[in-house]
Design a protein around this ligand. Structure first.
Ligand SMILES: *Cc1c(COP(=O)(O)O)cnc(C)c1O
Length: 291
């Protein structure tokens, strides 16, 4: 165990232009690291800061393609911190590229079945795993926590000062919340939910409000969830392919294809967007689409 502060070398965020739109900047969170997604790195940093100098075991959960576990394993390997991933799946399934990386980076994987995985929000779910490791710190799923919301503020370091609109994906909503809680007054924050919600995202709005995000601080472009979480409709799929051909920028099917498609559609129908200085966040996630 060392007393040295844990520091990660995260490079400065770079930008690309949206095709034939000088007013739109793509914030390249996908380039922060060759494989680890920017969004999940930011969300983990406050946890890392909270364990400075202590040799704790970081335990978390996720699916077999989880961007979150992938980032956690990389952080653990980079800093010499033991990591454990509780994965929904079965040990006789072929390892995904995600889990191969995680194992390679020293993460211990435990598989749980679907029924057990459903209980992951209960403290009792964690007791069993905590008891197996010294000084455990459990990190709830890639998701909703004050730490992750706080870490999401780091995106502002990559957003230029003249920006008047920021657009991001909404999964758990941490990124949106973190952006809103630290947004300069002149900026409108737009969230694009990537999952369907028959209740018009009432639950999401409630969660945000509980963290002090007021409804005037953001708007949702809520008609782009396609066929639901993880599923693209045909228009979105074709848009994604063409965008990559035109720009050389890869998009992941779960988050960024939907967000970029949303902006593409809004630009076609809302000329007022041409007057805004827009930053659209590429939150990464490309590791999850390897086969
Ligand atoms: C997790 C994730 C998101 C969603 O972020 P939230 O903070 O959960 O809303 C967006 N993009 C990528 C690539 C992600 O992995």
């Amino acid at each position: 165990m060392s007393d040295a502060p844990y520091t990660l070398n995260i490079p400065a965020i770079t930008h690309s232009k949206w095709p034939s739109r000088a007013n739109i900047s793509i914030v390249r969170g996908d380039l922060l690291h060759p494989v680890v997604s920017g969004n999940k790195l930011f969300k983990l940093l406050p946890f890392i800061q909270s364990i400075q100098g202590k040799s704790r075991t970081l335990i978390s959960v996720g699916g077999r393609y989880s961007n979150h576990l992938h980032a956690l394993a990389w952080v653990g390997q980079s800093l010499g911190i033991k990591t454990v991933g509780i994965v929904q799946g079965y040990s006789n399934q072929p390892m995904t590229p995600t889990l191969k990386d995680c194992t390679h980076w020293g993460m211990t994987i435990h598989y749980v079945d679907r029924e057990t995985y459903r209980l992951r929000y209960l403290p009792s779910f964690w007791d069993k795993w905590s008891s197996l490791y010294p000084d455990p710190l459990c990190i709830y799923e890639g998701g909703w926590s004050d730490e992750a919301i706080y870490g999401s503020r780091l995106w502002w370091e990559g957003i230029t000062h003249d920006t008047t609109m920021v657009i991001c994906a909404v999964g758990s909503g941490c990124t949106l919340a973190g952006l809103c809680l630290s947004a300069p007054d002149r900026v409108t924050v737009v969230g694009v939910p990537v999952f369907k919600d028959p209740n018009n995202y009432a639950e999401l709005r409630k969660k945000l409000s509980a963290k002090g995000v007021t409804s005037s601080q953001y708007c949702l472009w809520d008609e782009f969830s396609g066929l639901g979480f993880g599923k693209l409709d045909e228009d979105q799929r074709q848009f994604g392919q063409k965008f990559t051909l035109d720009t050389g920028i890869m998009l992941d099917p779960v988050y960024t294809t939907k967000v970029f498609y949303a902006l593409h559609m809004k630009l076609a129908f809302n000329p007022a967007l041409s007057d805004k200085a827009i930053a659209i966040l590429h939150t990464g996630g490309l590791q999850g689409c390897r086969t």
